[in-house]
Ligand binder design. Sequence first.
Ligand code: NAD
Length: 398
Amino acid sequence: MSSTITAQTETTSDQKNQVTIPVVIAVPKEHVQGEQRVAMVPEVVQKLIRSGYEIRIEHNAGTGAFYPDDMFAAAGAKIASNPSELLDGARIVLRVQPPSVADIDQLAEGSIVIGFMNPANNLGAIARMRDRKITAFALEFVPRISRAQSMDALSSQATAGGYVAAIMGADNCPKFLPMLTTAAGTIRPATVLILGAGVAGLMAIATARRLGAIVEAYDVRRAAGEQVRRLGAKFLELEINAEGQGGYARELTPEEKVKEQQMVSAAVARADIIITTAAIPGRKAPVLITKETVATMRPGAVIIDMAAESGGNCELTQAGKSIREHGVLIIGPQNLPARVPFHTSQMYAKNLQSFLTLLVGKDGAIGREFTDEILAASLLVHAGEVCHKPTRELMSGG
Ligand code: NAD
């Protein structure tokens, strides 16, 4: 056997004939509750087919994102009416959400699955992929380097999350966001506070500014200040600078945490809408707004806690719920990108298209070693091994 697998087309030969079989990419319908996105869109299907792939889409996979089967069929995809029609002979499976154990059991040994894998919460599925010799790439581990920008699905989906959070804040706020001068008097603009000015936070700032609010923002990485000011928002200059490895924030010391909560409190008390996005990769989200601070807030104020799924930046947040305390509405949304599924699916599919270009290479072959920095970093499971060290340690109880 050669050291590479031909990707776009697999050529089998016997002595008389040469048969070229296109490599099949399968796109299942997502089944996690509330998931409206799909990992492929018709525009990208066309491009992949031009590159020589066969694309199969599970019946109704795009319905939630408003890409009906007939649009996929018109783009050249085959619509599969059941899992075996979808997966029989498929080499690559593209997903948004991690596969379940039942999904994995339908895959042939050696299949490649690409998508978000949320490893810490899916150890059982990862063990099954290891045992069934499935290769899995986790898009959340694509490194944040310039070369990987076009395949950075964390960023494309966080951009959407920040946008939706700002709209949700406006929708739940009892005030106008812009300043209005009307015959019935002048309305002062609302104040929006963004805590955590990474990808989602910057998009939330831009959206709240477009809606006419006064926007203030804070991040422990001082480098975020310049980006915040460029969007027309005020950056709260605090005394902490906690830029850690790879441009991410490091966890604050206990003393710094107390200092931060005190410093943030004054801005929290004057805000009409607060959008929190603060996260530290692999850890519980830091608490920035204590329940005592909530009690100092204006009645009618709204907190959209984008960190709800990783513990919440507000002490009172409950993931998946909206609660009211001291007249303040605290919303703990889950899966915000799924609320704009048309565009998030489009962006995600383009991220996957770029990833495939790297995985397959110009010569049309998939290497077996995945030595490229981006592939190596995102390779979660391969050839019966869990390749991502922190996940491996988690699985062995380390
Ligand atoms: P993230 O989702 O991990 O965290 C969101 C934000 O919360 C970050 O800006 C972080 O600094 C901030 N934060 C963490 N703890 C905090 C605290 N206690 N108080 C206030 N803020 C806190 O971040 P992200 O949006 O994924 O971005 C992480 C980094 O990666 C940023 O530096 C970003 O600019 C960078 N990035 C680079 C690229 C690229 O070069 N290709 C792409 C995307 C992001």
